[in-house]
Design a protein. Structure first.
Length: 134
């Protein structure tokens, strides 16, 4: 997507970055808090598959969706791609297409760690870009 496609030039995008960083911190907090609840649900499940409340997955989906939208507007492709994949996992889990088990929780832990590192890198470009499998 070019600056012409968004109507924003690089200067405008740079001016919007501090707001993105502030808002993304809140969304990361939502993701992390809900992930801890999700992890607890899985640990307490007898069969290994958790009966997760819809609110947890809906909150996680909304946080990923918001980050995806903001990152698309700012042309932050790595963040956009990762949050899109996270959104797909949360949607599949809340629609019971994917069982929420320890493997899914571990995957989400890793995704949130990578997302956090990608966002941190925006405020400190000297930071090494995290590696993750799409």
């Amino acid at each position: 997507m070019s600056a012409e496609d968004t109507g924003f030039d690089d200067e405008m995008l740079e001016a919007m970055l501090p707001d993105f960083l502030d808002e993304s911190e809140g969304y990361l907090n939502v993701l992390n808090a809900n992930l801890l609840e999700l992890d607890e649900c899985v640990k307490n499940a007898d069969s290994g598959e958790a009966n997760v409340g819809a609110d947890i997955l809906n909150d996680m989906f909304r946080a990923a969706h918001s980050l995806k939208g903001m990152s698309a507007m700012l042309r932050l492709d790595a963040i956009n791609n990762l949050t899109h994949k996270m959104e797909n996992v949360f949607d599949a889990a809340r629609n019971r297409q994917v069982a929420v088990d320890s493997e899914v929780v571990d995957l989400v832990f890793h995704a949130i760690d990578c997302l956090s590192a990608l966002i941190d890198r925006l405020s400190d470009p000297e930071t090494t870009e995290p590696e993750y499998d799409a």
